[in-house]
Design a protein around this ligand. Structure first.
Ligand code: ASP
Ligand code: CP
Length: 537
């Protein structure tokens, strides 16, 4: 059993937000300490575990130079057992799932850390879930999963080295940053990770410079604004420079040709021109400007051309070297080696209330009025269930769709009646009602499912033609575990087409419960979905 007991032990970092801001600051402080100690030839024993029973697996299903090699070197520095997994000749070619492969490798060492790069978005979160369950079952320590880039979603370890580099440039002051992000902001995961990574600065001004088709996805621009950033949008570098309010920190990115569809790729020349720096632009930069780039750059026509290489504004060489220090510390943290001197806040685990199913008091505990309330056709319902207020206030065709969906999902092929009726909320307000005289009860799971399909409805239990129990069902905070839902991002690890066996799961974005237009976020790839979009009905 290892002696490493740091508070971050066994953590997964699938997205930047998996480390709280204080935890990120700790990472930067330790990386700075380490870099200085090495630079000054001081002792670095505190950063070395020298434990061959701690296994680091580098699983790269997409190409890489920097990320793979810096993690490999970082693992060597730490003194862990380092395994460079050969994805190209592995049983992935025999259609093995990620989860099966990793479960195998997990059995080869006492403790493990998996560094995973994949085109599958959300893969580290899904592995954290499935291997977490396996660890519990076997009573073994949890493995850590570090996202080394998943499709166009995130690249958190790159983000940590980027922020470290910006802080270094700014003399470790985190009061404010003014930064320009340019290039392919649509397909590039490094800029997507900036949405949360830049939060380390108290005040953030971001200039997004990209042709519309390569622009930052709207959902991410909104998240930046929600984070309190000032965001400005430009379509090409000349337009940006003409604004005269130009950032002293520029972050270039490569056109992600491998992720583009044909129609975008056909416009490569014109798009590249819009975001390529020219010599005549040099005079328009503020004094002391620094250029960064996650690299690689395209050797045929880089957006930060080679004439810049030997100028003082080249920040990208030092930036890529910082990947080594920050990744030693990141793995040092999740292995439990580092962290005993941490004093900040930890990431709070999110809990989900089950209060979306509430029992409503039925007056006097028995009859509501003296008349039987509900009917099947023209006959009063004596016994059974009535679902009322289905999609109240929505358009009539939507209400019918919801009624139809409820019938199909619960396989209600039995005696019943249903219809769209006036609601007593107004003459133009409609609602659906279903009367099910042959259904005696709805179990808890079915109630949850009904809440997820038709939030806002009420379920009435009828006995002796009277309502004896009534439940109000509102929009749940999570929708998961149903066969009829799926993430609509084809590259998401939970998308059925990927056949990774990952159960789809959605989390409701903050907002007013039950309101139309409520947004759900895929737990894995974080793609936003409208409520209706998650269902395959
Ligand atoms: N190397 C970075 C990534 O993998 C950036 C790039 O490839 O353009 O996301
Ligand atoms: N910055 C980066 O991720 O580089 P590689 O693709 O070479 O790993």
């Amino acid at each position: 059993m290892s002696q490493r007991k740091g508070p971050f032990k066994g953590r997964t970092v699938a997205v930047v937000g998996d480390l709280a801001l204080d935890e990120q600051r700790y990472l930067y402080r330790k990386a700075r300490e380490l870099k200085q100690a090495v630079g000054e030839g001081r002792d670095t024993a505190a950063f070395r575990m020298d434990d061959r029973d701690y296994s680091v697996y580098l699983i790269f299903m997409e190409d890489s130079t920097r990320t793979r090699e810096s993690f490999r070197n970082a693992s060597e520095f730490l003194g862990a057992r380092t395994n460079v997994f050969d994805a190209a000749t592995s049983s992935f070619n025999k259609n093995e799932s990620m989860s099966d492969a990793v479960r195998m490798l997990y059995g080869y060492a006492d403790e493990s850390c998996f560094v995973v790069r994949s085109k599958l978005e959300g893969v580290c979160r899904s592995l954290e879930d499935s291997l977490g369950r396996y660890a519990e079952l076997t009573g073994r320590p949890r493995a850590s999963f570090l996202n080394a880039g998943d499709g166009k979603h995130e690249h958190p370890s790159q983000e940590f080295l980027d922020e470290f580099s910006f802080l270094e440039q700014l003399g470790w002051r985190d009061e404010r940053i003014h930064i320009a992000l340019t290039g392919d902001l649509y397909h590039g995961r490094t800029v997507h990770s900036k949405v949360d990574g830049l939060k380390v600065f108290a005040e953030v001004k971001v200039d997004l410079v990209a042709p519309e088709i390569l622009g930052m996805p709207q959902a991410l621009v909104s998240r930046m604004r929600d984070n309190g950033y000032e965001v400005r949008v430009f379509e090409f570098l000349d337009e940006y420079l003409a604004s005269r309010d130009v950032a002293p920190i520029w972050y270039f990115t490569r056109l992600q040709l491998e992720r583009m569809g044909d129609t975008v790729r056909e416009r490569e020349g014109e798009l590249r021109k819009a975001v390529t720096f020219r010599k005549d632009m040099l005079g328009l930069l503020p004094e002391g400007t620094r250029f960064y780039h996650p690299l690689p750059r395209d050797r045929r026509s880089p957006t930060n051309p080679t004439f810049l290489d030997d100028l003082p504004l080249n920040g990208w060489d030092g930036q890529s070297a910082n990947g080594y220090w920050t990744r030693i510390v990141l793995m040092g943290m999740v292995s439990g080696l580092l962290g005993s001197d941490y004093e900040g806040e930890f990431v709070a685990p999110r809990s989900f209330e089950d209060d979306f199913i509430s029992e409503v008091a039925v007056s006097g505990g028995h009859a509501l009025g003296s008349k039987p309330e509900h009917k099947v056709g023209i006959k009063p319902v004596e016994e059974g269930i009535v679902i009322d207020h289905i999609s109240s206030g929505r358009k009539v065709d939507e209400i019918w769709n919801h009624i139809d969906a409820i019938r199909r999902v619960f396989k209600l092929n039995l005696r019943s009646s249903h219809g769209v009726y006036h609601s007593n909320l107004g003459s133009n307000v409609f609602k659906g009602i279903m009367s099910l005289p042959d259904v005696a009860s709805f179990g808890e799971r079915d109630l949850k499912k009904l809440a997820a399909i038709a939030p806002g409805c009420t379920l009435n239990l009828i006995h002796g033609a009277r309502v004896v129990r009534k439940y109000r069902l509102t929009m749940p905070p999570r929708i998961y575990g149903f066969d009829e839902i799926s993430c609509k991002n084809e590259l998401c690890v939970s998308n059925p087409a990927q056949a990774e066996g990952v159960t789809p799961s959605f989390i409701r974005k903050e907002g007013k419960a039950g309101e139309p237009g409520t947004v759900f976020v895929c737990r894995y790839c974080e793609r936003e979905h409208g409520f209706g979009e998650i269902w395959d009905l």
